[in-house]
Design a protein around this ligand. Structure first.
Ligand code: GDP
Length: 327
């Protein structure tokens, strides 16, 4: 039985990855802050069959608790480590990003150093992000596109990517990097625009009223489905050689497209409920973030299976079901 360590198991991706690895027969160990543990335990207990949940072990170790991290990595042998934990709000101003930069880089470095010392054969996945390209000069981006991060989060991810690359090239560790574009699901946090919209559509459709305030509805992104993207993480670590891979759909949609799909699915006309406000505007983007996932498709066979429309409708359905349980 393979044994995997997931940092950031309480997040959207951590949950889906744990569920996926458990379904493949893995023993899964998850790291989380003490405060997040009860939450993930509840989610896993509710959504994962008990026979799978038995193979899931949760550890209350913060990533800045270096002795705790060393203790864990020196006492349990892992085949694969998925390093997903990171502070991750891209909208954060660079001037406020000290914690994001410091914590994200230091935790990646500590984890790599601990693994390299105690179990150099463990495969390491680093969760890269399209924010590493930041303001690219061409679209779509691929693994050769120069990095030009424009946020504290993006800067910390570029540094993590270089750390993983160095441990791969200088120390011989199997370090794979997934450069993931936006990926969403009913477990997405509400500050991200997809979930903000599906929640509002569900609330208004179930009689909760209110209006939805957004920033630029013409802003475009390459939105994929989180459960598809965790399959890519696993494919990257189970490839013959450690490499970097762009994981994307290659299809752009606007924020207005999300509104159109979500509100129509809830039986509403979005134009009657949505307004644009300067409060949520970000710096204008000249070249859109959209990825060319040819390398991962060719080398591992990975490809997305769920369309944008299917995903947004499923998110609205999940939010409607939640609203009905609450009311
Ligand atoms: P990000 O790509 O990680 O920043 O994911 P978000 O979901 O936060 O934002 C996706 C896109 O939606 C960006 O281009 C935002 O500028 C745009 N956007 C427009 N209105 C909003 C809004 O009200 N909230 C958020 N979060 N993003 C918005």
């Amino acid at each position: 039985m393979k044994r995997a360590l997931i940092t950031g198991i309480t997040g959207q991706d951590g949950f889906y990855l744990a569920e996926y690895l458990l379904s493949l027969g893995y023993e899964v160990h998850g790291l989380a802050r003490q405060t997040g543990l009860e939450h993930i335990r509840g989610n896993l207990l509710q959504d994962v069959p008990p026979e799978l949940y038995q193979r899931c072990h949760l550890h209350a170790v913060n990533l800045d608790n270096f002795p705790g991290l060393y203790r864990l990595v020196s006492s349990i042998p892992f085949d694969e480590c998925y390093h997903l934990a990171a502070s991750s709000f891209v909208g954060e101003r660079l001037a406020d990003g000290y914690q994001t930069i410091q914590n994200n880089i230091a935790s990646t470095h500590y984890l790599l150093a601990a693994l390299n010392e105690f179990q150099p054969g463990c495969r390491f996945y680093f969760a890269g992000s399209s924010e590493m390209f930041g303001r690219p000069d061409k679209a779509p981006q691929d693994e050769q596109t120069p990095m030009n991060p424009r946020s504290a989060y993006g800067i910390s991810k570029v540094a993590g990517y270089h750390l993983a690359r160095n441990y791969r090239e200088s120390m011989g560790m199997f370090c794979g990097v997934g450069i993931l574009y936006n990926h969403e699901s009913p477990r997405r946090r509400p500050e991200f625009v997809t979930r903000k919209i599906t929640l509002a559509a569900a609330r208004i459709a179930t009689g909760g009223g209110g209006r939805l305030q957004l920033g630029n509805v013409e802003a475009r992104r390459d939105w994929g489905h989180a459960p598809d993207y965790v399959r890519a993480m696993h494919a990257i670590l189970n490839h013959d050689e450690p490499r970097d891979f762009v994981v994307a759909t290659g299809i752009l949609h606007s924020v207005a497209d999300i509104c159109e799909t979500a509100f129509a699915h809830a039986g509403l006309d979005w134009r009657e409920h949505v307004e644009s406000t300067a409060d949520f505007y970000r710096e204008e983007e000249q070249v859109p973030l959209t990825g060319n996932a040819e390398r991962i498709t060719q080398e591992t066979g990975w490809r997305p299976t769920v369309t944008f429309e299917q995903m947004i409708c499923a998110m609205v359905d999940a939010d409607m079901a939640r609203m009905r349980t609450l009311s």
